[in-house]
Write a protein that binds this ligand. Sequence first.
Ligand SMILES: [Zn+2]
Length: 436
Amino acid sequence: MPEPTAHPTVVYSADLVVPMTAPPIADGAVAVRGGRIVHVGTRAWVLDLLREERADAAERHLDGVLTPGLVNAHTHLQYTSMAAVGAGRYAGFDDWATAFSAVYDRGGLDWGGAAAEGARALLAAGVTVAADIVTDEAAVSALADAGLHGIAYWEVMNWSNAAWRRGGRDRVIAELERVPTTPGSGLSPHAPYSLDAEPLLDIPDIVRAHGGRLHIHLGESHFEGARAGATDRHAPDWHFAGVESFRALRESGYGASATEFVDRLGVLGPDCHVAHGVYMTAEDRALLRARGTSVALCPRSNEVIGLEAPPVAAYLTEGSPIAVGTDSLSSSPSLDPMADVAALARIAREQGYAGRDLHERLLSAATFGGARAMGIDIGPDRLGHLAVGAIADLTGFPMPVGPVADALADLVESAPEQRVAVVSGEVRSGTLEEVG
Ligand SMILES: [Zn+2]
């Protein structure tokens, strides 16, 4: 790891600084001290302030764009060693799951080593924050070990109501206790179809009592979409019909979507974000908005698995809170969320989105939106935007910079592969030019 300069204050300057919660700043700078942002503004103004303060400051310059640290809002770092599965093309979720399980169930993989390799790949892509779903205990401290920010979500799946009552609940509570709370911890009830109703009802209470966060795969399988023509899907009484699971609900003829199902069980809320959100009706999307639940879109993973594209134009038009995730290498070519951002821009246009704010909003989704999805955009350790007092996580993109709108378009449509990652004020990957 390169040593930061010995000066107590470091000024990171660039041709363009994009704070996300303030307008972009041409010839901008971010002053950092003690891992926190102390000033954000034009380079000349920031340097003047530091001279007035008689601060001992060093400057590091980037010919390019500085943004808040990229947020990968949905990944599974421990599957970094399963890239052979992700290199395939599948005919839908079940087809992909079969290929995945063939490798996973064979066993013998080093989950801890793979997760550490995934964390290095995140840094190389300029990612400083991740929502990491952990299925095997060897991988549970990957974010903490790499000094990255975000949340490790312990995955909970394949519990029937009976097994849950017989000890599943206690086991998951004990497992959650073992997830490091630095940088953050939570539970990921895998999906509406892989858990019966009782665990789906209990898990949110367990994690909320613990002060953690929730993250669930939702609307990833075609099976989860609302089924028209089934028994009145607005029937208010299905919740009280004693259904054991989402599958049982469907088998008894109700057409409610998986989103409606988990909502009735109390899973959604401002402390929960969902991954994928592909098979979502307008009503499902309205439910997410009403509950304050963000959706992490993972379009490249959807394509590998053979799903439809996520309804990103609708999410943008309706004002839904969105974030961007890569998913794992078992269904995606890389852990770089900017590649998904480029895919989302293309998909949004194909779906008819014509707003001039497309680039800025997608860049926001990959930074501020991701932090917001995990609830870490506010509070003393806030991330995802460049503002005074926030943790100094930055991503640098070395690139030629013209007018602001063009630079944002270039960044979103074709971000340079080379990246700089600054985590808590320290350069962790890439290089910056020392000035003076
Ligand atoms: Zn996933």
